[in-house]
Design a protein around this ligand. Structure first.
Ligand SMILES: [Zn+2]
Length: 241
């Protein structure tokens, strides 16, 4: 069964790629079918097998115009597949399991859009929040969900407000909304959990930020999105809860 979860994750990852590409452009995620962003060539079914096609059939290039296809595609498929596998083993297919599979999908899209476009779509944060609140009645309870939204967001609201009052952006308001959604989804259990949520995000952000500067991929003046680390922290805390 967990292999089926992996397979479903890979296929859904393929759809998430479409969302990541089209949501920032305001395009429909359903139509038209997948095509090469360079020449518009329609992707054939055997070129659309997650991870496999990219490596063995397309070898990273469009079959028609030989334009290179971003490595994002197989990476997102692979990550979604692995996360489905891990969370399925942990939660099974009950309402908890389904809730977390949706959570994974929304976070994967949010992470990638933030990495590439430096913002987290409201549709993503708001969906996480609403699904968190709605499923709470059958899982963790409404109270835990609301307390989670408040406590997970509190620190980011303070940081955001602090930055605003000094006239520079420490934290985007998108980060506040994302943290709030994650809190509603995961729920408040104790202060230690909230502390871990903040810590994982900041430690990851610091390590990767310093790493990118050392590798000269970024300078200290570059924008560095923080949403991805909040999202990863949310996945870790969700898994452990
Ligand atoms: Zn092409």
């Amino acid at each position: 069964m967990q292999w089926l979860a992996l397979l479903v994750g890979l296929i859904i990852g393929s759809f998430l790629n479409v969302c990541i590409y089209r949501i920032p452009k305001g395009e429909s995620v359903a139509f038209p079918p997948s095509h090469c962003p360079v020449c518009g060539n329609k992707i054939k079914w055997y070129e659309n097998i997650p991870v496999f096609s990219y490596i063995f059939i397309l070898k990273g290039k469009c079959s028609e115009c030989k334009g290179s296809i971003s490595v994002q595609y197989p990476v997102v498929e692979f990550i979604t597949g692995i996360l489905f596998y891990i969370f399925f083993l942990r939660f099974g297919l009950g309402i908890f399991g389904i809730k977390y599979l949706i959570f994974i999908c929304l976070l994967v899209v949010g992470i990638w859009v933030d990495f590439t476009h430096y913002y987290i779509p409201d549709r993503i944060s708001l969906s996480i929040f609403i699904i968190g609140i709605m499923t709470s009645f059958f899982t963790i309870g409404f109270e835990k969900s609301v307390l989670g939204a408040g406590s997970f967001a509190l620190f980011y609201i303070v940081l955001y407000g602090f930055g605003e009052s000094f006239g520079y952006e420490v934290m985007g308001f998108g980060d506040v909304k994302l943290a709030m959604g994650i809190g509603a989804m995961v729920g408040y259990f104790n202060l230690y959990q909230v502390f871990m949520f903040l810590n994982i995000a900041f430690v990851l952000g610091a390590i990767i930020g310093v790493g990118l500067i050392l590798l000269k991929r970024k300078t200290r003046k570059d924008i560095m999105p923080f949403g991805p680390y909040i999202a990863i922290a949310g996945l870790v805390i969700g898994y452990l809860s």
